[in-house]
Design a protein around this ligand. Sequence first.
Ligand code: PDD
Length: 259
Amino acid sequence: MDRGFLFGDGIYEVFPAYDRMIIGLDSHLNRLQDGLDAINIKNPHSKDEWKNLIDKIISFDSINKNQAVYLQISRGSDENRKHTYEELKPTVYIQSSAIKQRDKSSLLNGMSAITREDIRWLKSDTKATSLLANTLYAQEAKNNDAEETILYRNGIITEASTSNVFIAKNNCIYTHPKGPIILPGITREKTILCAKANHMSVEETPFTTRQLMEADEVWITSSTREIIPITTIDGIQISNGCAGPIWSTLYDEYQSLKS
Ligand code: PDD
């Protein structure tokens, strides 16, 4: 009778831990709070309690120091299945799994992506567990031997099925601004900070599918994948077909966040 199971009525977070230290712990916990507020679930724990729980789950795995901690809070269990709800006791589910990191050298030729129309709801900034559209898009990428499905709405690139999207053109970096149609990725935020630390210009401004195809560089960002260059989209080569120098600088800068 858990509403997480019956309705996908819950919020989740994925925390990346390197050497048992989480990158952006507070940012992830803040986004968790925003998600819970957005769907009116009372946060069952304080920030410090969450930090202790997360540390504990990370410590259980004595072998893997790099782990992705998955945390889900559903609205809880009711007595019967009905769409409406009273106040329930939220259910907390937490697990961790090893992060399989990819070497920089394995990324130099970049990965491929496909594009699809973004038909998701207009609350895609909420990290809700109801991810049917995202899972179908991710599976379509897999079926096409692609790394990701990049999404567009009215000709504008929004994000991808499980990551945010960046392009670089003439030494300027572009990514979709925050708002209801993209998840405000923590890796997106960190990537922007890495770029600014390297005196690169960043525009959080919409760009079109055409700009995507004509970009000098394209990459995607997420907590578990970090920054992955995309060099083929819908079977068409982007720029010279290799991961670019801006990606390379940002990749290195992002690695330095782990120490
Ligand atoms: N996915 N956009 C979407 C739709 C996502 O699902 C994710 C993350 C991101 C990137 O967010 P962040 O940088 O905070 O990980 C963007 C996670 C990893 C997942 O669903 O497992």
